[in-house]
Design a protein around this ligand. Structure first.
Ligand code: BEZ
Length: 399
């Protein structure tokens, strides 16, 4: 049976199609029609809004919306419609969550996520569907390594990148025997492997790797073990709520003044206020510092603070850069959802980021400077550039 609604929709379709005769002849009817009828770009946000990484998910979304807001909330002149899922940093739910956005909501672009294990499931889903995926945090090496794909881009880092220079910094300070401690999941284990690789090259030895299940924060037994091992230093990967507890527990156990603590910079990102005196003086390496003397960083931080009444951190920067990257791509296609052209544009993009300018590697991961930072009175101060234009080795990527 044909209803009045069907007839109305059909009439609207035919009117649009008539106005687009030349586009149809050129074989690009659907995108042009979608634009003519004001179709919105469908953006799926799959991020953690609960759990230990909740604060990270919110900062990424805030940063993304800030970038879009600078262009009237549009992508290539088209309105954006958001579809949101709280992934809870739970890999067990990740495939279903990603499929919900890709298959049910039919998003044009999927953005996510924070947790490496969840991101791996997202990569597998989009390798099947062909949906564009932009990863605004999760460092899972394989996403732009062995599983790299034309439709998968990352605007953050690989787990290999931030800690790779850390071993050299510790060795230069005469600390040649270290313990690495983290959560037992992909980000922790890949960070440990990268740290070890860099540290051994300069004569360091990782005497023990210590792990606890994600997102467990019962650190006491492991801190007791560190005290008994007496290494020269400790390096770690923790982030979000867990990083707050770890830094406080490390100091409360009396270790801070005896065994220097280092980390990938996530340890002190967005959490310095909560960590208080326990974080003072900690040295970390990361692709961003709040104190970077770059005009773009200053204007970004002021705008972010004005919009969200909070301080921007690396997660906000990564969300912002995701917005900048998509904007550049959609501007190139003039709002068309032309996947091949969008991919080409993202491959060629230069991002004028608060972290400093960066561009994509052949594997679709940022080539970027890694900074050595010291936590001082609530700020991650830049000490030096620990590694200029560090590119992930993208092991196993066949693109
Ligand atoms: C990850 O799981 O890849 C990750 C989570 C938080 C901060 C950095 C990396």
């Amino acid at each position: 049976m044909t209803t009045n609604n069907d007839l109305g929709a059909r009439r609207k379709f035919l009117q649009g199609a008539a106005a687009l005769g030349s586009a149809a002849a050129a074989g690009s009817l659907w995108p042009a029609l979608a634009r003519a009828q004001g179709a919105k770009v469908k953006v799926g946000l799959m991020l953690p809004y609960t759990g230990t990484y909740a604060q990270l998910g919110v900062a990424i979304e805030n940063g993304f919306r800030l970038a879009l807001g600078e262009k009237g909330g549009k992508l290539g002149g088209r309105e954006v419609e958001f579809f949101k899922v709280d992934d809870e940093s739970d890999p067990a739910k990740a495939t279903d969550n990603a499929n919900r956005l890709v298959t049910r909501d039919k998003v044009d672009v999927l953005i996510g996520t924070v947790h490496s294990g969840v991101a791996m499931a997202m990569v597998r889903v989009v390798k099947e569907s062909g949906t564009l995926l932009l990863i605004p945090n999760a460092g899972a090496d394989a996403a732009t390594g062995a599983l790299c794909a034309p439709n998968v881009f990352r605007t953050s880092f690989t787990n290999w990148q931030p800690v790779h220079p850390l071993g050299r910094i510790m060795a230069e300070r005469g600390q040649k025997r270290a313990v690495f401690i983290s959560w037992k999941y992909q980000a922790g284990e890949e960070s440990a492997a990268s740290f070890k690789e860099g540290y051994e090259k300069v004569g360091g030895t990782v005497v023990k790797e210590l792990y606890l299940p994600f997102p467990n924060v019962e650190f006491q037994a492991l801190l007791t073990e560190i005290a008994s091992i007496k290494p020269d230093a400790v390096a770690c990967f923790f982030a979000g709520g867990g990083a707050v507890k770890f830094v406080k527990d490390y100091a409360a156990a009396g270790l801070k003044d005896k065994i220097p603590l280092y980390g990938s910079g996530f340890l002190t990102e967005g959490v310095l206020e909560q960590q208080g005196a326990a974080a003072e003086g900690l040295l970390t390496t990361l692709h961003y510092s709040d104190a970077l003397e770059i005009p773009k960083n200053k204007t970004f931080r002021v705008a972010y603070n004005r919009a969200y009444k909070s301080q921007a951190d690396v997660y906000a920067v990564q969300g912002y850069d995701t917005g900048l990257l998509l904007q550049q791509a959609f501007e190139k296609t003039k709002g068309e959802m032309d996947k091949d052209a969008l991919i080409k544009a993202m491959e060629a993009a230069v991002i004028d980021s608060p972290r400093g300018q960066w561009k994509m590697s052949h594997a679709h991961n940022p080539i970027q400077d890694i900074y050595l930072r010291r936590a001082e009175r609530g700020e991650n101060k830049v000490i030096s550039v620990a590694w200029k234009a560090l590119e992930d080795p993208a092991r196993g990527c066949k693109m």
